[in-house]
Every structure is written in C-alpha cells, then in structure tokens.
Design a protein around this ligand. Structure first.
Ligand code: ZL4
Ligand code: CA
Ligand code: ZN
Length: 393
C-alpha cells in the first residue's frame, strides 16, 4: 500500500531473530530486548521487508565468540546460572566474577543464548558485506559496545561489534567505527587501540565520576607509545547535556567528513544507540529522530559498504521510531513512508503520539537545558582536525 520497492543498484539486508526478544534482564532493568519486537513490527507495518533481504539469524558459535573473548570468561558465561547471583542485596556488585551478576549485567535465564544470538546477528551482517551480497546490513540486535575481552560491562556481555569488525578486516583494509550511542564506545575503542586499520569515533555525554563509563575525553586518542600504529586512531567527541539536532548534525558531518578524507575507510560500522534521543530513560541529549537519522543518511551518502548496529535505547517507542526510520533511509524509502504510524501497526497505542517524528515537547515534559556552547563545539572540531593530520592513508 505504500510505495516501498527494492532500491536500484544496491542491496540492504536485515538480520534479526524473534528468539532474542523474549529474554528479560529483570523487572525494572532499563534494557528491554522487547524493543526489537516493536522495531520489527513498525518496519513490517510500513512494508519495508519487501525492499530488503531478510535473514533469520543463527547463534554465534563458541569459536566465533572466542575470536575476541577469552575462554575463561566464555566458560563462566556459558555455565553461570541465575542462582549464582550474589545474594547481598545491599552490596549487589561485590564479589562478582567477570563483572557478571551485578545489577548492570545480571545473570538471567537464557543469557548465553541471548548473547550468542546478538553476536550471530552482527557476524551474519559482516559476512553479507564481505561476500558482497549486501551493501548495507542491518543488525539492530547488536551494538553492545562496552563488553571487554574478559569482562561484562554496562548491559553488554559479548562485544558483537568487535567480532563483526574482525570479520570485516579479513577483506577490507580499513574499517571506520562510528558510535552515536549517548555512552562512550569504550570496548570497541580499547579492542583496536593498537592498530591503524580501525579508526573509532564516539560521540557521547562525558562527565567522569557521574556518567557511565567515564572514559572518552577529547584528548584520549589512543596510547601514544613510541611504536603504536594505533596512536591518533581513536577520536572522542565529549558532549554535555541537551545538545540539539542542529549542533549534532554540524559536528557529525564536519568530523566524519574529515575522517573520511584522511582515513579513507573501505567499510563503515555505525553503532546507532538510540539513547541519544530526547526523552530517553538514561539519556541526556535533545536529539529528535530526524537529527539521529541524519547521521545514518550522511554515512550512507559516502557510498561505502556499511553495517548498522543497534545499541542503547531505553524508551522503547522512540527506539522503534528511530530504527524503523533509519531502516527506511537504508532502503531509500524515507520519502515514501508517511509520518503517521500505520493504522494497522501492532502496538500502535504504545507510541502515545501517532507520528514517527514527535516534537521535543512530546518526547519529554521539559526539554533539557542545552549546556553545549558553540565555542566548545568549535574547539572540539579543531582538536579533531589536528589529530587527523597524523592520519594519512
Ligand atoms: C539498573 O532499575 O552507572 C539496573 C541500571 C537494574 C533494577 C533494580 C536495581 C536497582 C539504572 C541502571 C539498583 C541499580 C543500580 N535496575 C545500578 C555504576 C553503576 C552501578 C550500578 O547503552 N547502578 C554503574 C550502565 C550504567 C552505572 C549504562 C549503557 C549501555 C549502552 C549500550 C550502560 N552503570 C550505577 C548504577 C535498575 C537500573 C537502573 C543504570 N546503569 C543506568 N546507568 C547505568 O551504552 C547498550
Ligand atoms: Ca557514543
Ligand atoms: Zn548507551
């Protein structure tokens, strides 16, 4: 009923499994895998699956997870049971192994299945890009950027992004990682600290001691030891509360545009965490769906093979709006879908406002004060441009 057709000249693949969405982190935990169901139902209500190759993802194997994560961590992850949760409710994060079982990274029923499905989604996406069967591969179930080699962190257990980038590096000489989640992409940054084949760029709220994870300052550009080829290949864009669409878009295009000409990536991995949207339960920014999606549109315009990952996003109706609209940009149908949530969309009443593009006032009772001065943003851009003088491929 909408004019949704396959894009001419390129292919988009969508990687998901409804099995992942059935898992629960616990009653009041902010991470709700159910947001993936809401996203898929909106994508489907708009008729977008007709324009893509749709794949049901498999579980990643132990060996695949082992290409980044250590065996002792994976063995514990595979066998730890919810009963292994520490019982000391006053001090829940004490005595946990590998940071598993605390309040951020609880042990829940089916945890290992959930993790291997998220990783399977991103690995399948990477393989479709590598064998040229896909030009843009979508993995909204991935994007878990905080997980470390031997440690869970910030709702992330397996770093599916690192696994996917390692897969891309088998074929592509250079991979650009971009992270628009409101949190710093510390796990991905750290994994590629010592190579010049991956450049990482994270935009995030930065306020050490206050906002998780506390890393990602403007001057943290990779360890500058004498023979580290990875020096200068980590870019951090630390931001304050309340940044607007206009400021964010300007920052994003001036930084990524310059990164593109200096680094000349052969593939892009874009983490689209939706907690940078206005009204997010954990977020701090004033971005609308339009401003968030402008980042996806800009990356697509570079014409480089790309994976779109999910990530954070704690107000499920807004996560679904952003990722559904970004899917429409990937297939080039953003001009052909109506802003109104389709009448027949399941969960339609859940969206509260019946539009893909709520205003700031609709997203939150009172928009946050914008604490980002234009002077500070100019300083950030000039520091990044200076860093890039050391990067010439
Ligand atoms: C919760 O309500 O800042 C976890 C976490 C569980 C249920 C009931 C337990 C109540 C907010 C967060 C106690 C919760 C105490 N429940 C949580 C330093 C912290 C130690 C843990 O988007 N407490 C840790 C992680 C961040 C911290 C953000 C973002 C992931 C991503 C990619 C991860 N951790 C302080 C918090 C709740 C909870 C309510 C919570 N945790 C908010 N911010 C954090 O970048 C997917
Ligand atoms: Ca980020
Ligand atoms: Zn986040």
């Amino acid at each position: 009923e909408y004019n949704i057709v396959r894009p001419k000249g390129y292919t988009v693949s969508y990687h998901a499994t409804s099995e992942m969405e059935k898992h629960h982190f616990g009653q009041t935990h902010p991470m709700k895998p159910w947001r993936l169901t809401l996203t898929k139902s909106l994508v489907t209500a708009y008729g977008m699956p007709f324009a893509m190759d749709n794949y049901n993802t498999r579980h990643a194997t132990y060996e695949e997870l082992n290409s980044f994560h250590s065996s002792d961590y994976l063995d514990y992850l595979a066998t730890a049971a919810p009963e292994d949760q520490p019982r000391d409710l006053d001090n829940p994060d004490k005595d946990v192994k590998f940071n598993l079982g605390g309040s951020d990274c609880p042990l829940f029923h089916g945890l290992y299945d959930y993790c291997s499905m998220s990783a399977g989604t991103s690995l399948d996406a990477a393989r479709k890009i590598c064998n040229k069967q896909s030009d843009i591969a979508i993995a909204w179930g991935g994007g878990l950027h905080h997980a470390k080699k031997s440690e869970a962190s910030g709702f992330c257990y397996i770093n599916d992004i690192v696994l996917a980038i390692l897969e891309l590096l088998r074929l592509y000489p250079r991979v650009l990682y971009i992270d628009i989640d409101v949190h710093h992409g510390d796990g991905v940054e750290e994994a590629f600290f010592s190579t010049d084949r991956v450049m990482t760029v994270s935009f995030h709220k930065y306020q050490p001691e206050v906002f998780f994870p506390g890393t990602g300052g403007l001057h943290d550009n990779g360890p500058k030891s004498e023979h580290n080829p990875g020096a200068h290949h980590a870019i951090n864009v630390p931001l304050n509360d309340g940044i607007t669409d206009e400021q964010y878009e300007h920052l994003f295009t001036s930084i990524i545009g310059k990164v593109n000409t200096h680094f000349r990536p052969s593939a892009i991995a874009l983490q689209c965490g939706a907690d940078s949207l206005a009204g997010d339960r954990l977020g701090r920014f004033n971005l609308k769906v339009e401003g968030h999606a402008a980042c996806v549109r800009y990356c697509k315009s570079l014409g480089i093979p790309m994976i779109l990952f999910g990530g954070g996003g704690y107000t499920p109706r807004n996560v679904a709006r952003a990722w559904a609209y970004e899917t429409s940009i990937a297939i080039g149908a953003d001009q052909n879908i109506p802003a109104e949530i389709p009448q027949h969309a399941p969960w339609r009443q859940h969206f509260v406002h019946d539009t893909l593009f709520p205003t700031l006032e609709q997203s939150m009772s009172e928009p946050r004060n914008n604490k980002n001065t234009d002077k500070r943003l100019r300083d950030i851009v000039s520091h990044v441009h200076e860093q890039l003088r050391f990067v010439q491929h």
